[in-house]
Design a protein around this ligand. Structure first.
Ligand SMILES: Nc1ncnc2c1ncn2[C@@H]1O[C@H](COP(=O)(O)OP(=O)(O)OP(=O)(O)O)[C@@H](O)[C@H]1O
Ligand SMILES: O=C(O)C1=C[C@@H](O)[C@@H](O)[C@H](O)C1
Length: 303
């Protein structure tokens, strides 16, 4: 083990009781190995914590266990404490997911938001930490039709795609324990909301400028509604996104919970939303889901 790196990781500092509301049960392990060229590290950390009961709901309280491996971490990153912060986030995520698990009771989570808002990226993190499966409604439509979204739009038109999307959402509404990344336009049909309200819906609200930056970076090949022939990629994407948001803004607000990147950045004292990590966004999503579920629970108790 690399002693300097182990010190830098400060494993004991990860166990912050006020953050994770848990007591260490004593079981933790850390292994670090250096790659042959000496610049990169492989870090594997396992922590087991005994959570303290905080909610009023009756449930079995399972120990909190996080095992994470990080490949190719530059030694400088580890020594700067970034790695420590990543592991810290991981533990908090796990703790938060255990907190909402009994309230969720296996209901699916539907992520809604504009194209490029991070539904897939954030959804995969949430699924992993909740022990849910992840799926993407666009991918299910593609599988069913046997064509890419772009080709479905081109050959069959948008209305055909929307019908397939509604069929897929109907099927998913009968499932349990899925985090679902929905298509950016799934919110426009009221029937889709009927399906999505079988679970808990979360709107990833990302400023249009940040979306345009991401879209300009990855291109529009898989996003036919944003496709442009020529011109500055960022400006084109921003114009198209603004027009779509004008039509859809109110529909996204139907979601049970809203995750505003601007609010997360303000909480963390950051100016630039593009610096927010997907993990920090997933954590805020779990927090907003918790707020919704606890309110729902209170309303139910008052009836
Ligand atoms: N927090 C983030 N910071 C920076 N880039 C991000 C973040 N989240 C996602 N991205 C990037 O933005 C792009 C879009 O992300 P993602 O595919 O997760 O969005 P989406 O909402 O599922 O998009 P779509 O609905 O168009 O399929 C990807 O290239 C992804 O790597
Ligand atoms: O915002 C939209 O209308 C779309 C978003 C994508 O996820 C795909 O569902 C499709 O390209 C349409």
């Amino acid at each position: 083990m690399d002693v300097k790196a182990a010190k830098a990781l400060q494993l004991s500092a990860l166990l912050q009781p006020e953050k994770i509301r848990s007591k260490p049960s004593g079981a933790s392990s850390l292994s670090i190995s250096r790659e042959p060229h000496k610049k990169f590290l492989r870090v594997s950390v396992s922590v087991k914590l005994q959570p303290v009961r905080t909610s009023t709901i009756r449930r079995r309280v399972a120990p909190l266990e996080v095992t994470r491996s990080y490949e190719n971490i530059p030694a400088s990153t580890l020594e700067s404490g970034t790695c420590h912060a990543l592991l810290d986030e991981e533990l908090i995520l796990k703790s938060r997911s255990q907190e909402i698990d009994p309230y969720l009771n296996g209901r699916c989570i539907y992520l809604v938001g504009m194209m490029g808002s991070g539904k897939t990226t954030v959804g995969k993190i949430m699924a992993q930490v909740l022990g849910y499966s992840f799926c993407d409604s666009d991918a299910l439509v593609e599988e069913e039709v046997g064509n890419s979204v772009a080709d479905i739009f081109k050959h069959y038109g948008e209305a055909f795609f929307r019908d397939k999307e509604t069929e897929v959402l109907h099927k998913l509404s009968l499932m349990r324990r899925f985090v679902i990344s929905t298509g950016g336009g799934a919110v426009i049909r009221p029937i889709n909301w009927k399906h999505m309200h079988k679970g808990v819906s979360v709107w990833l609200d990302v400023p249009l400028e940040a979306l345009a930056q991401r879209i300009a970076a990855v291109g529009t090949n898989s996003r036919p509604l944003l496709h442009y022939e020529a011109g500055d990629a960022y400006t084109r994407a921003l114009l198209k996104l603004s027009a779509l948001f004008e039509e859809r803004g109110d529909s996204y607000a139907n979601a049970n919970a809203r995750v505003s990147l601007e609010k997360i950045a303000a909480k963390l004292g950051q100016r630039d939303v593009s610096k927010l990590s997907p993990t920090a966004i997933a954590l805020e999503a779990l927090e907003q889901i918790e707020v919704f579920l606890k309110e729902e629970d209170n309303n139910y108790a008052e009836r």
